[in-house]
Design a protein around this ligand. Structure first.
Ligand code: PGA
Length: 362
């Protein structure tokens, strides 16, 4: 895999979203960009509560046909929801049908084997999943914190651990001399502050950053696509990158590496979700419209560079991060925004129905 990052270029200046065609879905043009409103339930709702929520939403969205809607229950809720959203039933009951998509929140890249707790893409496809969210920031950034490996790695910089390691290495026939020298150096009494500082720094870094890598995400993308699943590929910058004006650089890396090797003809099966980390979740505010517009333009121009104009005009780019009933309409008015990935507000039937019905009278 080629991991080299191309030098950053200011794609978004090349063309603004207003120059891209946003074809109204009613015209029946197969290449039309249909808005897609997706709800990520994260780790919420047992299966029957999920079905009850979906039923209330469908009821409030009767006859809404011009947008696609998606629901991402936890893995345990997929089968039950799959049975419920059968298109003929939805058409009869609610006047909707093929515009309802079942989403999984993640997948693993191997197809089977000794991977306790993981779920493969073909298993998801077999129970009727249409699309899978890959690279969500909950998984890109927070796993170190959840699973506690940050502290266990940082402990390796303690004096006791290093002294023990030194003994162990010295018993080996050919210990790495550089490693030995480094450990001996760190163990010197005058360096004990440095050692402590390094451990604290490492723990904080891992807490914040340790999660799925671009490489793992890329493998998941390939696994999903080759099993006939569409991909909702999440990308977005953390607060630090945002404050340091490194948003474009980071997004370019995430997109180039995450989509590495995805063939042009497969790209229509990829949906991109831009979700700035600092705008996600309770207590945060959605990104300002100007930023959403700039980033969506940037992503589309990057796609143009990678896949050409036709693909770039076709791929849906969603925004995510505190999308609510009262801000969805202004976001959807932006020419480059083709929908939204919604967390908190997708758990409330009225809120999510309003989001799906953006622009329609109540
Ligand atoms: P939020 O979550 O809508 O609750 O901010 C968005 C997300 O995490 O996808």
């Amino acid at each position: 895999m080629n991991n080299s990052i191309q030098p950053y270029r200011n794609y978004y200046r090349q063309r603004t979203a207003n120059q891209w065609r946003k074809t109204p879905a009613e015209h029946g043009d197969p290449s039309a960009i249909r808005p897609f409103l997706a709800g990520n339930w994260k780790m919420n709702l047992i299966p029957r509560a999920g079905v009850a929520l979906a039923a209330r939403i469908f009821d409030l969205c009767r006859d809404v046909k011009d947008v696609d809607m998606g629901f991402a229950p936890p893995f345990t809720g997929l089968s039950t929801l799959a049975d419920y959203i059968e298109p003929d039933f939805l058409r009869r009951e609610y006047g909707i049908g093929r515009n309802v998509f079942l989403l999984a929140q993640d997948t693993f890249f191997e197809s089977k084997g000794a991977f306790t707790g993981e779920i493969s893409a073909d298993m998801l496809a077999a129970i009727g999943v249409d699309r899978v969210i890959i690279g969500h920031s909950d998984r890109r950034a927070n796993l170190g914190k959840y699973f506690g490996f940050s502290s266990s790695v940082a402990r390796r910089l303690s004096k006791d651990f290093l002294t023990h390691t030194l003994k162990r290495l010295n018993l080996r026939e050919n210990p790495d001399k550089q490693v030995l020298a480094t450990i001996e150096h760190l163990l010197k009494e005058e360096h004990s502050d440095v050692l402590e500082g390094l451990a604290t720094f490492l723990e904080a870094e891992l807490n914040e950053r340790a999660g799925e890598s671009d490489e793992a995400i890329n493998r998941k993308v390939h696994a999903a696509l080759s099993n006939g699943l569409q991909v909702i590929f999440c990308c977005g910058e953390n607060r630090e990158a945002h404050q340091m004006n490194e948003t474009f650089k980071l997004l370019e890396r995430q997109i180039r590496m995450g989509l590495e090797g995805v063939a042009r003809h497969t790209m229509p099966d990829v949906i991109i979700a831009y979700e700035p980390l600092w705008a996600i979740g309770e207590g945060a505010k959605s990104a300002p419209l100007e930023q959403i517009k700039q980033v969506h333009d940037f992503i589309r121009n990057l796609l143009m560079d990678l896949y050409g104009e036709q693909i770039a005009a076709q791929v849906r780019i969603l925004y995510g991060g505190n999308v609510k009933p009262d801000n969805i309409a202004s976001m959807m008015e932006l020419a480059g925004v083709d929908g939204a990935l919604v967390g908190g507000a997708s758990l409330n039937a009225f809120d999510f129905a309003k989001i799906i019905r953006f622009g329609l009278p109540d």
